[in-house]
Design a protein around this ligand. Structure first.
Ligand code: NAD
Length: 444
């Protein structure tokens, strides 16, 4: 079987590499010539644990190739995945210009039956548009080649993408013909041997499933942030509440950690897009509107704690920041809450010294020289007035607390991810502010 993956970003590169890993011939395409040139030299465009080794192995065995030419790669392919970006347009709806552009190009170069699969997150109805774009291109060529369009949304988590792809909780495939179903089943067979389920459904349901999944996860996060904020007001401790509710199997203990708001390339845009899709069709997604509003508020919570602690005067204050990426184990800075925090601190007249184990290069592309980047977490603390913990990298979980105390001007920590507990931190002599924790401030 030969497949083509169009778009070699977080999703496309992982998808292509994992299919090659199970023995399929894969060509990954991107319009970014530099990205392809680097990949051909073994330089990856993203940080994803385990990916570099798998790419190198499958390039070496000849199953994984990279190219900028869709036209040369599509002829003879059994399946073409569209994995390009679907960024939010100005009104919040998913911008489909890249997806439709690729569909048109596929129609311009396909030579035999194939299944064209949208792996990008796309609103209900997109597969129809993809089908039309291919048909138009074939009509112009005066050709009648059979094809099917399927939807196969991706559920991988950045930071654990390889495992998620190779051992998926489920594979969702929307198809509109038995022929497409058969081919998709054959493609995914190697992943099903260990009992991972594949769920076939109609195409619109598959498209909706991805938005429903991300929206549900975003809802859990915003709900817990709301509860955390109320815990602070009422003198309850969200860490206790979380354990109390998470042990109920109906609720579950995942995605109920409060923090400083969800970010990344998916939740913010997918929640917005679903709200927009509903509005365009005369329906109001009331829960998701609240989820968004809570998230916007939550991104301000850590700054407000910091600002209040310094009586609204951050002028001349140096703030140490641990973590920049939107979550651990990725260098993805898209919609990272750290960006909002940094802007607020700079606007208030403070300066920021930051460290992140892998995201500094990506951060520099967005933040530039507005902050100081340090080589390790302890360097951020030199002459700093307070420490902000922004991303819960495992590296930060058991630091040298004595060293932190020695280096900071005063031992003040704002923990946006609750990696520490107020009681312990007070015992260690820190003034500590978490999210929704009972013990806040200085209990020395
Ligand atoms: P990305 O921005 O990392 O990668 C997209 C790639 O597509 C880029 O390298 C870009 O150069 C390339 N591209 C754009 N137009 C092209 C064209 N005409 N031909 C060839 N290549 C082209 O995006 P991503 O994070 O991989 O996301 C891709 C899609 O998958 C989005 O719809 C996203 O919502 C969805 N998704 C992302 C994740 C995630 O964790 N990142 C998870 C599940 C689903």
């Amino acid at each position: 079987m030969k497949i083509v993956v169009v778009g070699t970003g977080y999703v496309g590169l992982v998808t292509g590499t994992c299919f090659a890993e199970v023995g399929i011939d894969v060509i990954c395409i991107d319009i970014d010539a530099k990205k392809i040139e680097n990949l051909n030299k073994g330089i990856l465009p993203i940080y994803e644990p385990g990916l570099e080794v798998l790419v190198a192995k499958n390039v070496a065995n000849g199953r994984l190739k990279f190219s900028t030419s869709l036209k040369k790669s599509i002829p003879g392919a059994d399946i073409a995945f569209i994995a390009v970006g679907t960024p939010p347009g100005e009104d919040g709806s998913a911008d489909l210009k890249y997806v439709i552009g690729v569909a048109k190009e596929i129609g311009e170069s396909m030579s035999s039956y194939g299944v064209i699969v949208t792996k990008s997150t796309v609103p209900v109805g997109t597969a129809k548009k993809v089908e039309e774009a291919i048909k138009e291109a074939l009509d112009i060529r005066g050709l009648k080649i059979e094809y099917d369009v399927a939807s196969n949304p991706e559920f991988l988590k950045e930071g654990a993408a390889i495992d998620d792809f190779l051992k998926p909780d489920r594979i969702v495939v929307g198809v509109s013909s038995p022929r497409a179903e058969e081919l998709m089943r054959k493609l995914y067979k190697p992943f099903l041997l260990n009992g991972h389920p594949i769920v076939f459904m109609d195409v619109p349901s598959a498209e909706m499933t991805k938005y429903a999944a991300n929206s549900m996860l975003a809802t859990k996060i915003s709900f817990m942030n709301d509860i955390a904020n109320l815990c602070e007001i009422m003198g309850a401790d969200v860490n206790m509440v979380r354990k109390g509710i998470g042990s109920d199997a109906r609720i579950g203990n995942k995605f109920i950690y409060p923090g400083i708001g969800y970010g990344g390339s998916c939740f913010p845009k997918d929640v917005k897009a679903l709200i927009k899709t509903a509005a365009e069709n005369g329906y109001s997604m009331q829960i998701l509107q609240a989820v968004e509003a809570v998230n916007e508020y939550q991104k301000t919570v850590l700054f407000n704690k910091l600002n209040n602690r310094f009586q609204g005067n951050l002028k001349g204050k140096t703030i140490a920041m641990w973590g920049l990426s939107f979550k651990p184990n990725t260098d993805d800075m898209r919609e990272a809450p750290s960006l909002v925090l940094i802007e607020s601190i700079l606007k208030a007249g403070g300066t920021v010294k930051a460290f992140d184990p892998v995201a500094i290069n990506e951060a520099k592309k967005i933040i530039g020289k507005k902050i100081t980047y340090c080589d390790n977490e302890y360097d951020t603390l030199v002459n700093a007035d307070a420490l902000l913990i922004v991303t819960e990298w495992i590296d930060f979980r058991s630091p040298n607390f004595n060293k932190i105390k020695e280096l900071l001007k005063s031992p003040i920590i704002f923990d946006g991810r609750n990696i520490f507990e107020g009681k312990d931190m007070n015992e260690l002599g820190f003034e500590y502010y978490g999210i929704g924790q009972k013990i806040i401030g200085n209990y020395e």
